[in-house]
Ligand binder design. Structure first.
Ligand SMILES: Cc1cc2nc3c(=O)[nH]c(=O)nc-3n(C[C@H](O)[C@H](O)[C@H](O)COP(=O)(O)OP(=O)(O)OC[C@H]3O[C@@H](n4cnc5c(N)ncnc54)[C@H](O)[C@@H]3O)c2cc1C
Length: 380
């Protein structure tokens, strides 16, 4: 489904394909997954190709590409190697856009060129053991001390924190009952004295290392504050649609990959003297899978267009996130049924997609919370 793709966009997608062929072909994806080794080497290659500079304004050294094109790149990365899409989204959708929207001039100058070159990305340290969906209830605290701040508390499930140039740590700076109005964001490099990281074991997304992180009287300078004091939660909410576009598009790409694997298997696998794709029940499964992917894709593209137009898109961002993540679970579940034992084998790409898919309907704002947002936007 590519009716809206221009020649220029096609050339950019060819660049993505060549880059992935060279740096993260299918056998490398399997190896990185098996070895739990994040493919951080792909980021400088994305940077060299100009792909990480795409959404940023020319005055910040970026390419000011339309968001529709950024979304297409995210989708293609998700199709070819979701682990690369995940890094791309972290670098631009979270780190770069946060700097652009609420970083200081000095923070932008220091980090944005590094992010665009693929030499840096940020981790988001928001979640705590007692503050998941209810993120505004965090208790990790930052207090003014001398010329800076001291951070004390604990975060959990923080992705890619050890390799990040800095964590963006959400801390309470207002009174204990200040809720969303008393949170500030701080840039904390992972090697800062007093930061202790413990890796977490998990069932999938092997290339997304996650950490439980202790902050024991961690001193940071005054200029570590990112954005306005006590306004951090609102800054975060105001930039979420960028990350949601990345997730919706790249998860849609991964879902298309699952459909293509299942289609190819259905054409090749013979039982009862004919390809299993000849059985109507398999055909209908594949039809439903492709229809779901096309629907998710249209919502992701619509979101990219709305972002590019600077139009409000809170509802559409949540819709695109839900559609893509539930589609990926749908198509990988049915894909596993179509591949059967061939899908259950450790070397199968389908089992990796199926395992990884489980995260996205509750990660980065659960789909129940997305539905709450949509309900509010509908006036309920
Ligand atoms: C692999 C992985 C990577 C992660 N990476 C990061 C990261 O980089 N940074 C970070 O800060 N966090 C990260 N997280 C945390 C993630 O964002 C949270 O898991 C997510 O926000 C949900 O929180 P929770 O797991 O505590 O679930 P809970 O909040 O305990 O929710 C449990 C269930 O209750 C439902 N629920 C809760 N409240 C409501 C409500 N009001 N209405 C309806 N249903 C509700 C939820 O939807 C869910 O189904 C990561 C988690 C994982 C597993």
């Amino acid at each position: 489904m590519d009716f809206a793709i221009s020649d220029e966009q096609r050339q950019i997608l060819d660049t993505v394909d060549r880059l992935i062929d060279r740096h993260l072909p299918p056998e490398a994806v399997r190896r990185h997954d098996r070895d739990h080794a994040p493919p951080y080497h792909v980021l400088p290659a994305l940077g060299d190709a100009g792909l990480l500079a795409m959404p940023f304004p020319v005055e910040n050294g970026g390419l000011a590409a339309p968001w529709e094109t950024v979304v297409l790149v995210q989708e293609r990365l998700g199709y070819r190697a979701f682990m690369a899409a995940s890094l791309y989204n972290r670098a631009i959708g979270f780190g770069g856009m946060s700097l652009l929207v609420y970083g200081s001039e000095a923070q932008r100058e220091r980090y944005l060129p590094e992010i665009m070159a693929g030499r840096a990305f940020f981790a988001l340290a928001l979640t705590e053991s007692s503050a998941g969906s209810d993120a505004a209830s965090i208790v990790t605290r930052a207090r003014r001390r001398g010329n800076g701040w001291t951070i004390t508390g604990r975060k959990t499930w923080i992705s890619d924190a050890a390799a990040a140039a800095a964590m963006v740590v959400a801390c309470r700076t207002g009174s204990p009952d200040s809720g969303a109005d008393g949170i500030s964001m701080f840039l904390v490099p992972p090697g800062t004295t007093g930061v202790q990281m413990t890796p977490l074991d998990k069932v999938g997304n092997n290339c997304l290392p996650c950490f439980d992180i202790g902050f024991e009287e961690v001193d940071v300078p005054r200029d570590a504050l990112m954005g306005e004091e006590n306004h951090g939660f609102h800054h975060l909410m105001a930039t979420l649609h960028y990350a949601r576009a990345g997730m919706a598009a790249s998860v849609t790409g991964a879902a298309q990959a699952a459909v293509d694997i299942a289609l190819s298997h259905a054409g090749e696998r013979q039982q009862f003297g004919r390809p299993i794709g000849g059985f109507q029940v398999i055909q209908h499964r594949l039809v439903d899978m492709q229809m779901r992917v096309d629907q998710a894709r249209l919502l992701a593209w619509q979101l990219g267009w709305l972002i590019g137009e600077g139009r409000p898109c809170r509802r559409e961002a949540s819709q695109a996130k839900i559609a893509a993540t539930e589609t990926l679970q749908f198509v990988t579940d049915h894909g596993m049924q179509i591949l059967a034992s061939a899908g259950y084998a450790a070397e199968s790409d389908m089992q990796r997609l199926w395992r990884d898919a489980r995260l996205y309907s509750f990660g980065e704002g659960s789909n129940e919370i997305q539905r709450n947002i949509i309900a509010r936007e509908l006036g309920l």
